[in-house]
Structures are given as C-alpha cells and as structure tokens.
Design a protein around this ligand. Structure first.
Ligand SMILES: O=C(CO)[C@H](O)[C@H](O)COP(=O)(O)O
Length: 278
C-alpha cells in the first residue's frame, strides 16, 4: 500500500522510469536569515556527503530543506544508489517530494552521514534539539551515523546552551506520565517553569510523531554549563522517552553568517571561517 506521504505528493517519474529529482526550495529571493541557513547547509553537504555514501540521515527543521536542495543538485546519477532516512514526518515528506529514495532506520541501523539542524550549539558542540518535537528520532539517527553534522544560522552559535534559546530543554514524555514528570522537574530538578508544550492550531498539547507529549524545561545558565549532567538527570525520570540535549555526538557544526561566510566548529576544538559554497 502506498504511504500516506506519497498519496499527498506523488513523486514525478521521468520518461525512463527514474524518479525526477525536485528541489524543495522554489523561491530563491531569500532573506538574510534564510540565506545564512542555506550557506551552512550547502557547505556541510559539500564537505561531508561523499560519493561513496549510500545511507544518509535527513534531520528536521527549517535549515534541512537547504540540505536536501544541495543533495538534489548533485543530480540523479549521484543519488540513484542512495537511500535517505528521515527523522520525522517533515523530513519524510521532504525526501519523497524531492524524488529521493526513502528508507528507515530499522532497515539501515548504520548511516554514513546524518545532517540535522539545531536550536542551539555550545562551544563543545553540545546542542539543544527538539524545537520541532523531533528529537527522539533525531537522536536515534545521530547515534546511528558514522558522522553527525549540524547545520544552523548564526543565532544558534553560542558559548553556553540556553543563551538565545530560552523555551528550555525539550523533553518527550509518555502522555500518561506527564504530570508526574512536570512535578519532578519543578521540585526535584530545579525547573519551576517547566511546562507542557501546547499546540497552536489544535486545542490541547503538541503530540510528537511518536504519539507522545513534549515538556519544555528552562534551567538557569549555571546548570546549562554542564549539559551532560542535566540531560542524564532528566533522562532518569520515569516516563521520559528522550531529552533534547545531545552531548558528544556531532563531528562538526556549520553556522551561516550574515556576511556570507560560514563558521565551522569541529569536535576537536578547531574553529574555521570559510567563504560559502556557490
Ligand atoms: O531539533 C529540531 C526539531 O526537533 C530541529 O533540528 C531544530 O529545531 C532546527 O531548527 P531550525 O528550524 O532553525 O533549522
């Protein structure tokens, strides 16, 4: 049976029966911020998607469409032997509507490279993810990848997590346990403002692609200076499925800047500033 996604937007087949690749970005009149996302994404694809790569993880958010845009530009021949693994509904639709081959992590538990966005990245490449409620699948694909690469605009490049991204740490919880997890966050872990994420065009809470609820838990900057500790403490709460703090996972983070350059932070502490990919 066809997947619901392919029913929404069928892949266009060319005359020889091969899927025709379609760029997900149609409007190239990009604002400064969008341009910086595109610069980061294109440079990361150019440096980390190698001709021999066959299994590629595609993250979620507003920067990742530019990753797919650049992959599509590599052409049908470069992509014909490849399979692309999504981190949720959005990236699944992105892959299918671009004419790329879709796979899943249960078929491909080892991924050559995963490229994903971030809500914030610190000086050690720890990051907050889950602004789009996809962090459970994103963490699975980050862990499955031989190389995990972050792509973001300049606003996400910070010394310590929680500097610009203030809603807090996204936490996916099973619905049954949300009130107890909130109580523990308020009274035990020191996040008195932790709250259930509410939907915008639906009454009630945001429900993740996995059928779970999301809690956003802000912590003071001092606590966010030790992200692994706070991540581990939250993960130990019964009912928590996954925490949107990723530690020691990324090999590099690419940040598009307003001046058209890209800052690359590596996991060995190197920081490079390069001209953007054309
Ligand atoms: O973690 C995420 C979704 O859960 C995204 O990767 C993150 O929110 C991406 O941000 P942007 O839209 O700026 O690319």
């Amino acid at each position: 049976m066809a997947s619901p996604v392919s029913q929404i937007r069928p892949v266009v087949l060319s005359r020889i029966g091969q899927p025709k690749l379609v760029s997900p970005i149609t409007d190239q009149n990009l604002s400064g911020l969008e341009k910086s996302k595109q610069l980061a994404a294109w440079t990361a694809v150019d440096q980390h998607v190698k001709p021999e790569h066959r299994v590629i993880g595609i993250g979620s958010g507003s920067t990742v469409p530019y990753v797919v845009e650049r992959i599509v530009q590599l052409g049908a021949e470069a992509n014909q032997e490849r399979v692309f693994i999504p981190t949720g509904f959005q990236s699944k639709e992105l892959i299918v509507s671009s004419g790329l081959s879709l796979g899943d992590v249960d078929q491909y538990p080892t991924i050559d490279v995963t490229l994903d966005g971030a809500d914030e990245v610190d000086h050690e490449l720890n990051c907050i993810k889950g602004g789009g409620a996809c962090h459970l699948r994103e963490k699975v694909l980050a862990e499955a990848a031989n190389t995990f690469i972050l792509v973001a605009d300049y606003r996400k490049n910070v010394e310590y997590l929680g500097t610009n991204f203030t809603p807090g740490v996204p936490i996916e919880v099973v619905p049954f346990a949300y009130a107890k997890v909130l109580q523990n966050l308020h009274h035990i872990l020191g996040s008195p403002k932790a709250s259930l994420r509410m939907a915008v065009k639906k009454a009630g809470p945001v429900v993740s692609d996995n059928g779970n609820f999301i809690i956003d838990a802000p912590f003071d900057l001092e606590k966010m200076k030790t992200p692994y500790t706070i991540m581990a403490q939250i993960k130990m709460l019964t009912g928590v499925v996954e925490v949107g703090v990723f530690c020691n996972m990324a090999k590099a983070a690419y940040f598009g800047n307003e001046d058209g350059s890209v800052t690359i932070k590596w996991n060995d502490g190197r920081v490079e500033q390069v001209a953007a990919s054309q």
